[in-house]
Design a protein around this ligand. Structure first.
Ligand code: 1VU
Ligand SMILES: O=CC(=O)O
Ligand code: MG
Length: 325
């Protein structure tokens, strides 16, 4: 994927800053929707290849029954070899450390010549789990054939991971590039003994906690799955809410969810017009020596310019990824 994956840019919800080195890690690649596809299911994978979506996740974990795990891990490299997924980011979600299945996943998936763009690590509890995985992958995988680091997404879905997030987000390696935190709400709810409600108020603290850590360390923050996949109104409400909170994208499970989610995580025409006009007005007022001024009835100063910049960066990234596909 020429020109994708390792670029450096701003992303929705956080500000480019020359003074904050962690922010330089954020990927420009849009990941507004990432869709799970069970790794053994060729029909769904072939369908996914035809869809306009930023990223897909070929799953070995919870979308795959225990008696289908081997089929999934053997099938995924074949899928990657024969399927043109276009400009989509192709992730594989392996099984978590505690299952004892990760070693077989890695042997099958990463020893292949058809490597994915990135890996999702589920149920990570600590940075030790990430280091353990990276050692395993470096020993058993074909990663030396890559001329780039392997992208990593860490799934935050245990209570202990929430407590260890600062340490987890500080993870650094030459071979692996941690780019996203992904909030696994269903596992998190199970672990803390809560139940999902329609407005997800029981998850507000956890969602903000994930966003806070992702943004402090220049990572993308990917919001939870909306399980009721036929309820598109509820999906849109939750997706827009997530975007306003600072998430950069959302996990999806069905093709019918893609357009609503990708649109919710893209700036509207009105936002783009506002951002462009505000940038010009800000520059004019700077020339006049005014740091704060009134624009369309609102007081504007530098933080608003930074918010406008986020919108303009996002639209550049989205347009850039479409023209490269
Ligand atoms: C929340 C915690 C997690 O870990 S989420 C990740 C684990 N769960 C998953 O991976 C679930 C993925 N989704 C699915 O398996 C299906 O969408 C479920 C929800 C079971 C519904 O399936 P089904 O009844 O077949 O849907 P449908 O008939 O409306 O499908 C219409 C066409 O779309 C396809 N489709 C469906 N889901 C996907 C998908 N995830 N990726 C790619 N294609 C998908 C169907 O195959 C169907 O295609 P076609 O028109 O028959 O060719
Ligand atoms: O893996 C996703 C979740 O919600 O759990
Ligand atoms: Mg999960």
């Amino acid at each position: 994927m020429p020109g994708r994956g390792l670029q450096v840019a701003c992303w929705r919800g956080f500000h480019c800053s020359h003074t904050m080195k962690y922010h330089q890690r954020a990927a420009a690649t849009p990941r507004r929707a990432i869709m799970y596809v069970p790794g053994y299911d060729d029909r769904k994978a072939n369908k996914a290849a035809t869809l306009t979506i930023d990223s897909i996740v070929l799953d070995c974990e919870d979308g795959v029954a225990i008696n289908k795990k081997e089929e999934a891990r053997v099938n995924i490299p074949k899928l990657l070899a024969r399927t043109d997924f276009g400009s989509k980011d192709r992730f594989i979600r392996v099984n978590s450390r505690d299952t004892g299945l990760t070693e077989d996943d890695v042997s099958s998936i990463l020893a292949s010549n058809n490597l994915p763009d990135g890996l999702l690590l589920p149920k990570v509890n600590s940075v030790d789990d990430i280091n353990w995985f990276c050692d395993l992958a470096a020993r058993n995988g074909n990663l030396k054939s890559l001329n780039r680091p392997m992208i990593l997404g860490v799934m935050v879905e245990t209570a202990i991971a929430m407590l260890n997030l600062k340490e987890i987000t500080s993870f650094k390696s030459n071979t692996f590039d941690l780019q996203c935190l992904i909030f696994g709400a269903d596992d998190f709810l199970a672990e803390i003994g809560a139940s999902k409600t329609e407005n997800a108020m029981e998850l507000m603290y956890a969602r903000q906690h994930v966003i806070l850590h992702a943004k402090a360390f220049g990572l993308q923050a990917i919001d939870m799955v909306y399980n009721n996949y036929k309820d598109l109104i509820g999906l849109q409400r939750q997706a827009i809410e997530g975007a306003k909170m600072g998430f950069t994208g959302k996990q999806v499970i069905h093709p019918g969810q893609i357009d609503i989610v990708q649109e919710s995580f893209s700036p509207s025409k009105e936002q783009i017009e506002w951002a462009k006009a505000l940038s010009i007005a800000f520059e004019d007022h700077q020339q006049q020596g005014k740091g704060a001024f009134i624009f369309r009835g609102q007081m504007i100063d530098k933080p608003l310019l930074l918010q406008a910049n986020n919108i303009l960066s996002l639209i550049n990234n989205v347009n850039g990824s479409h023209t490269s596909s």
